[in-house]
Design a protein around this ligand. Structure first.
Ligand code: FAD
Ligand code: MLT
Ligand code: ZN
Length: 469
């Protein structure tokens, strides 16, 4: 077979070892193994200039580009189509820490740095990079920025968007847009970096970023509580906020079904309570003082919650190992579902006050329309962000279940719209929700998005079929 001329030119640009045309399976499928593609090639540039050169070659040959980071995304946004004509550009070789500036509380890093490495880099200078997600051992900061990742500490520190001060981006033309500023104040016109944050690789390739660093807490306290209902969990959230103030870092809701499945798949994970309860909340507080003082405050707030009957039972961890084990239980819920069966996944946000009524009404509707289906509800309740995943009835066929995808989405997303929520809180649109987006955004909002896309990517080469059609 005659090789596409792009391949030889790409080899020239980045070195033959970094243009892959065989054994591409790992780059052609998403984490959930729902989307499968067939790239023409996978190119691994080693620096910004090489990214720019490869993008120019793609433009020259009118080959579309799929940026890929750690490939842990949840909506097929980093998976190529099956045309055999798309080039996956993976950023993993751009993994240098360019600068750490503790006095400015910033670090400037390349897009392929793994999130956990950045957390460790920050810690090495007594600072915190607070983005924290279950995939932090493999997702990359470029992917985090391109998806505006959320995670378990948004309650205190905000989304990725709130943690980025500057960006370096290779535009679809191959030009390098240098927005790498470490400034907290800069009102010199449109703040262009925000266009690329959350754009899921559709406007350009992020090659580096200047990130905010926070004070590194010296004390942590972690606890899990059992609650009767999501309504009481919301009351508890307010109570804990009032008592703990800005020390309050995480508030993660998990249904009994979610915890039971996770423990069934990973039996070594802890069983926090001897007796089963309907709902659980995992909480963390942190500050710059001593563990003992913080734990005493946390304990007293939880005792008050017990007195007010907001919670049924409480476990406060007594060691870092116990705290880690509880977090492992939370962090493994996605893996557990992946082992169990393919599910119809949702990543929705609602006003926090509406979450309990949403859960009650939509759970009942799903149970009546899809008898025997299993609902796994968990999420970042502090941010009004629920993962509301529906799995097939035990013992039924996976493929048959996945045919119900649109019908299930209709129920969940129509309810989200009724409650003034969003169909994507943190995972993005990708290819999973691209056809649903027009139902939940106004024609004008979509047209403004398309106008931006046309202005930056007139040849429509950046990650086509994702976010917008
Ligand atoms: P990829 O999956 O490789 O790519 C994601 C998107 O970004 C694609 O559109 C891709 O084209 C684009 N992209 C990647 N790199 C670049 C770049 N350099 N320039 C331009 N575009 C780029 N997400 C959350 O928000 N919160 C969570 O709590 C959370 N928990 C998770 C837990 C597990 C176990 C798993 C598997 C995933 C979880 N995720 C979570 C989803 C995922 O980890 C995040 O979306 C993450 O930010 C994706 O990063 P990545 O490097 O893997 O990106
Ligand atoms: C999480 O909160 O664990 C992530 O967003 C991943 C998921 O929803 O599966
Ligand atoms: Zn999440």
């Amino acid at each position: 077979m005659i090789e596409h001329p792009f391949i030889a030119q790409a080899r020239e640009a980045v070195g033959a070892a970094h243009v892959l045309t065989q054994d591409l399976a790992a780059y052609a499928v998403d984490w959930k193994e729902k989307y499968h593609g067939r790239p023409l090639a996978v190119v691994r540039p080693g620096n910004t200039a090489e990214v720019s050169a490869v993008v120019q070659l793609c433009a020259q040959h009118r080959l579309s580009i799929v940026p890929q980071g750690g490939n842990t995304g949840m909506c097929g946004a980093a998976t190529p189509d099956d045309s055999g004509q798309q080039v996956v550009i993976t950023l993993s070789r751009l993994n240098k820490i360019r600068a750490v500036d503790p006095a400015n509380n910033t670090m400037t890093v390349e897009a392929g740095c793994v999130l956990q490495t950045l957390q460790e880099t920050a810690e090495s200078v007594n600072r915190l990079y607070p983005l924290s997600v279950g995939s932090e051992g493999s997702c990359q900061i470029g992917g985090n920025i391109a998806t505006n990742a959320g995670g378990v500490q948004v309650l205190r520190y905000g989304n990725t968007r709130d943690l980025v001060l500057g960006l370096e981006v290779v535009l679809p033309s191959g030009e390098v847009l240098d927005l790498l500023r470490g400034l907290r104040k800069d009102n010199t016109g449109y703040d262009l970096k925000h266009l690329f944050i959350g754009s899921e690789g559709t406007l350009g390739l992020i090659t580096a970023a200047t990130l905010k660093l926070m004070p590194l807490p010296s004390a942590h306290a972690v606890g899990m509580v059992a609650v009767k209902s999501p309504a009481l969990a919301v009351e508890l959230l307010q109570h804990m906020r009032d008592r703990m103030g800005e020390r309050f870092s995480a508030f993660e809701l998990m249904s009994h079904a979610m915890v039971a499945l996770t423990r069934r798949v990973f039996p070594a994970l802890p069983q926090p309570f001897a007796q089963a309860h309907d709902w659980y909340v995992l909480m963390e507080v942190a500050d710059g003082g001593a563990d003992a003082a913080l734990t005493a405050d946390f304990q007293s707030a939880l005792e008050q919650a017990l007195e007010r009957e907001l919670v049924i039972d409480v476990v406060i961890t007594q060691s870092q190992a116990q705290a880690r084990a509880l977090w492992e239980l939370r962090d493994n819920v996605s893996e557990a579902q992946q082992h169990d069966a393919p599910n119809i996944k949702h990543d929705i946000s609602l006003p926090v006050s509406q979450v309990p009524r949403f859960i009650d009404e939509v759970s009942a509707e799903l149970a009546s329309k899809f008898p025997g289906s299993r609902l796994f509800c968990f999420g970042h309740l502090g941010d009004g962000n629920l993962h509301f995943n529906l799995s097939r009835p035990e013992g039924t066929d996976n493929a048959l279940w996945l045919k119900k995808n649109d019908a299930v989405n209709d129920v969940v997303h129509a309810a989200v719209a009724r409650f003034n929520g969003s169909i994507s809180a943190e995972h993005g649109i990708g290819q999973q929700k691209v056809d649903e987006l027009p139902r939940y955004k106004s024609a004008l909002e979509l047209e403004v998005m398309r106008a931006i896309k046309r202005a930056l990517d007139p040849l429509q080469l950046m990650n086509p079929g994702k976010v917008l059609r």
